[in-house]
Write a protein of this length. Structure first.
Length: 90
């Protein structure tokens, strides 16, 4: 996913991150917090880049519900605000 993002192939990158998310255990936010945060954060970034606001909201909700600190939520806040700006809703 990260290599695809580096090459600006955000559609493929999102698919890779979603594939990674599908392999997480049911209790992944406790057992694999850093991996979960990274996968969801990067998936949300890809959604912002390709304009998929529906999936951006889905990934953002997961991070905002499970993040352990304000710093872990900052990227999601940025992505959400950017999406609103792009949609001229802010």
């Amino acid at each position: 996913g990260l290599k695809a993002m580096d090459m600006s192939d955000f559609i493929s990158a999102r698919k890779f991150f979603e594939f990674g998310i599908s392999f997480l255990s049911q209790n992944h936010w406790v057992e694999e917090y850093n991996l979960s945060l990274s996968l969801y954060d990067n998936a949300a970034k890809c959604c912002l880049s390709i304009g998929d606001s529906e999936k951006l909201e889905k990934f953002s909700t997961q991070v905002l519900s499970n993040a352990r600190s304000f710093e872990d939520k900052l990227n999601i806040y940025y992505f959400s605000i950017s999406a609103l700006c792009h949609a001229s809703l802010l």
